[in-house]
Design a protein around this ligand. Sequence first.
Ligand code: GCU
Length: 411
Amino acid sequence: MKTLLPTCLLCLHAAALWGTEPPDTNYDESKVPQYTLPALQTGSRQHWEKTRRPEILQLLETAVYGRTPGDRLNVATEVTQGPTEVPELRAIRRQLTLSVGLTDRPQQVMQWNVLIYSPLQATGKVPAFLGLNFEGNQTVANDPEIHRSPAGGGAAGKQAARWQVPMLMDHGFALVTAHRDNIDPDNYRNDFSDGPHPLFYESGQTQPGETEWGSIGGWAWALSRMADSLQDDQLIDGRRLAVIGHSRLGKTALWAGAQDSRFRVVISNNSGCGGAALYRRCYGERLHHMLKPVGYWFCRNHATFAEREHEMPVDQHMLLATIAPRAVYVASATEDGWADPKGEFLSLRHAAPAWELYGLDSLPVVDQPEAARPVSSSHLGYHLRQGKHDVTAWDWEQYLRFADPHLTSRR
Ligand code: GCU
C-alpha cells in the first residue's frame, strides 16, 4: 500500500513538494549508478578565464537555468523607511523600494521591497550578506516595524532563527534581503506574465524561450540588481558582498554567484538538486522529480534531461568551478537526504581544480567529513550539520567565520 504520509525524516523535505515521496527516490548509496563527470578542462588560467569558464556558463544556461538577458538596465531606489535605530537587534533598519526597467522601455518598470539591517556600532561602510527570503521580509527578524511583503504570508519574526540578524550585526555585517514572491511568484501556476521576464519580451512574446531564464534566473538577476543598488550606498561597501540562500534560494545564490563576480563569497545552504548536488548521482531528488511541481525554476530545455542526467553537458561541480577564485561554501544536513549531502560535498571537491589554477588550496579532505566537523581551505568550505533541512545559528557561525577574511579586506 502506498503511504500517504512520509515515514522517515529524509522524506519530510520531499513531501514539501510532493505530498508524498516519489516512488523511485533512491537513498541507497550502493544503488548510485557508475558515472563519469564532464571534465572541467581548466587548462591554463588564461584558457580558463577566456574560453572554458564562459563556455561552462553558456552550457549551464542552455541545459539548466536559461540565459539571463543583459544590460540596458535602470535601477532606482526609493527609501520608504529609515534609517532607524533598532537597539534590540543592534541594527539600523532601512526599507527601500527598488525599481528596475530597461533604458529603452521606460514605460515598463518592476518594483520590489528590500529590507536592510546594518550594524548600529559601525564606524564606516560595512560588508553585506544578500539573500532572498521565503515568506516575506517581516519574517526575517523580531521587529514589528518591518513592512509586510506583498504576497509574503509568514508571521512577523517567524524565520528570525534562519537569519540571525543580531549575530550578523555583532560581526559587523549588514543583511540585505527581499521576498522571492515579490520578485517572481514561486508557484506552479507561474506563467511568466509577471516578475522580471516580461520586461524583456520581444514583441508578441509571452514566455521565455527554450533556453531562456526561469524563476531561479529571475531571482538571481534580482540579487544582482540589489547589488547594483548598493554600489553608492552610504552604509554598505558595495565591493564587499556575499550571497547566501537556502534550498531553492541556495540554488539561486549559486547561480547569482556564478554570473556576478561582485559576490566575493557564495554560500549554498542545503541547495540539493539543481544546486550544489551532482545530478549524475541520482540520489534523493532527481531532475525529473522537479519537472511537474517546479519545472519553471529552470529553463524549458532542462526537462529534456529527465532520467538522462548522464547526457547533460554539465554537472554541478562545473557551476561551483565558475565561482573560482572567489570563495564558496557548501553546507548540507544529516537529515536532508533529499538534497543528497554527499553529492553536495563531491561537487565541491570536483570543482577544486579551478581554485588550484590560482594557486589556492583545495579542501583539506578527500572524503565527506562527519557531521559537525566543518572543513575549509581559504576559499572553499563545507560542513554537514546535524539535523534537518534548515538554516540554523550554527550554520551562520561557520559562514561568518569563513567569510570574514574575504569581506573585511578592502582590496
Ligand atoms: C523542495 C524541492 C527542492 C528545494 C526545496 C526548497 O523540497 O524538491 O529542490 O530545494 O523544495 O526550496 O525548499
